[in-house]
Design a protein around this ligand. Sequence first.
Ligand SMILES: [Zn+2]
Ligand SMILES: [Zn+2]
Length: 278
Amino acid sequence: MSTTTQYWITMFSTYGWVLLLLIMERIWTFQKQPLLRPGFFWDVIYTYQNIVLQIIFWTAAPVIVERILANWLTQTVFPIEGAFLQGALADRSIVLNLAVLFLMGESIFYVAHYLAHKIPFLWEFHRVHHSSLIVDSFSTSRFHIVDRILFTLPNILLMIYFKARPEAIVLYFFFRAFMDRYIHSNIPGPRWPHKFMLSSPTFHRWHHSTNPPILHQKNFGGNFIFMDVLFGTAYDPDPKEHPLPTRFGEADYSNNLIMQQVLPFYYLYKRWTQPKQA
Ligand SMILES: [Zn+2]
Ligand SMILES: [Zn+2]
């Protein structure tokens, strides 16, 4: 794959899906919900701030991933050449590279996500992502920076450690950029991709549901569902038999991006300073 093709795929991952999913949500609407909902403005800012971060750190890409990150990280974080499986993906096929990237990315996502829900300290940061009262493609990017680092850094470090091929990284993020926004979108996506272990808007909507008894305790997977199936956390009843969740987020949580970056620290401080109840 030429560098120009990689560049355009990356451009589409970064800008194209944002627009395309917004249009798709307007044409195929799942649940009746307004576009200009509370927090929409800030979530648009999040999306573009996220794009800036992506350009700087990972996707934009082959050039940055290969020349800056890889060089810098291999010299500073992984200085010993020839350690166990180091650089193992460098001369392997794109198919093998992609298989490893998907398997690794999804496993890391599931574990990080599970911990973010189970450990109170981490939950305060992940709570920001769950605060939106309405789940749509723009709520995808609402994340606290600490939460984002927890989810992505191990993945990026391992990609660099294994020296995944730049073409595979570009295709991996092309798929992820679509799936991340798609599973949050207000599109009535079909359920048959579950047979191929792919996630769907219904699947992730159940994860965001605040309807008891689900309450964020199911569907920790990202783009795939195999980890949830494996660990018994998958929940996706047939919508014909079970009505879809209707309640999401926290009404009292601020929609302001700056406040959302500060609030977890405030809540953690309150949690630690409050006397424990007997
Ligand atoms: Zn979550
Ligand atoms: Zn989500």
